[in-house]
Design a protein. Structure first.
Length: 241
């Protein structure tokens, strides 16, 4: 089998640059790495966009990785047989019918609070479905719960440049999971305060994932990129056998 293309999908409050450290290292090892934009406005369209990107812009075998809500998206993407494995990094790995707020409810997540305006800044956006809002992380949430293991200057950059996610993206039930019938790897940040480690592990075990842990926040691919790189390379080696 030829060397697979690596497609990496970012999560909420981020863009493709959140994968920069992983991307640059994999490129240095001769991989083609593509990091498409995740629209963050609803899993049905977001997943269809990613699946269309993979179909149109890759040739040969593909390994797809997702961070955070990006994991929800790649779970719902209707990939073809060219996608050989999935790698989840600090990510949602939902089963059919589950949605983000349901998964986080009662988990101890810093975002699962009675009043979401204490951790999020909410506002309307043009073209929104009736009643929908988009959510930004409050700076304190970035510093204390989202990226607490990054240098302060980097945390301020995240707060300033974050891309919002719609509330409807967090309330739409997941469809049939793409991880069924595919090998799965999962990297769990043990200091993750957005998707607590126990919640990540439960989802990963259910999906039959090969699990690794890293002492890191929700953005482990930024603070400790070697963990995500190792999981991706393990997937490459396994599907190439």
């Amino acid at each position: 089998m030829s060397k697979p293309t690596i497609v990496l999908v970012h999560g909420a409050w981020a863009d493709g640059s959140s994968w920069n450290a992983v991307t640059s290292e994999l490129q240095s090892q001769g991989f083609t790495v593509l990091v498409p934009p995740n629209l963050l406005h609803g899993v049905v369209n977001d997943a269809a966009t990613v699946a269309s990107f993979v179909e149109q812009h890759t040739e040969g075998p593909v390994i797809v990785g997702g961070h955070s809500y990006g994991g929800f998206v790649i779970t719902n993407a209707q990939f073809g047989d060219e996608v050989k494995a999935l790698v989840y990094v600090d990510a949602f790995i939902p089963d059919e019918g589950e949605f983000v707020f349901q998964i986080l409810g009662g988990s101890g997540s810093a975002l699962a609070v009675e009043d979401p305006t204490t951790v999020l800044d909410l506002g309307s956006y043009p073209g929104a479905p009736e009643g929908d809002l988009e959510a930004f992380l409050k700076p304190d949430t970035v510093h204390n719960a989202f990226a607490q293991d990054l240098p302060e200057a980097d945390r301020w950059l995240i707060a300033a440049t974050q891309r919002p996610i719609s509330l409807s993206a967090n309330t739409t039930p997941s469809g049939p999971p793409s991880w069924k019938g595919r090998p799965v790897w999962a990297v769990i940040g043990t200091e993750d305060r957005v998707i607590p480690p126990a919640t990540q592990r439960s989802m990963a075990e259910r999906a039959g994932a090969t699990i690794s842990e890293v002492s890191a926040s929700h953005v482990s691919m930024v603070s400790h990129p070697d963990a995500a790189i190792a999981a991706i390379l393990a997937a490459v080696e396994a599907v190439g056998e």
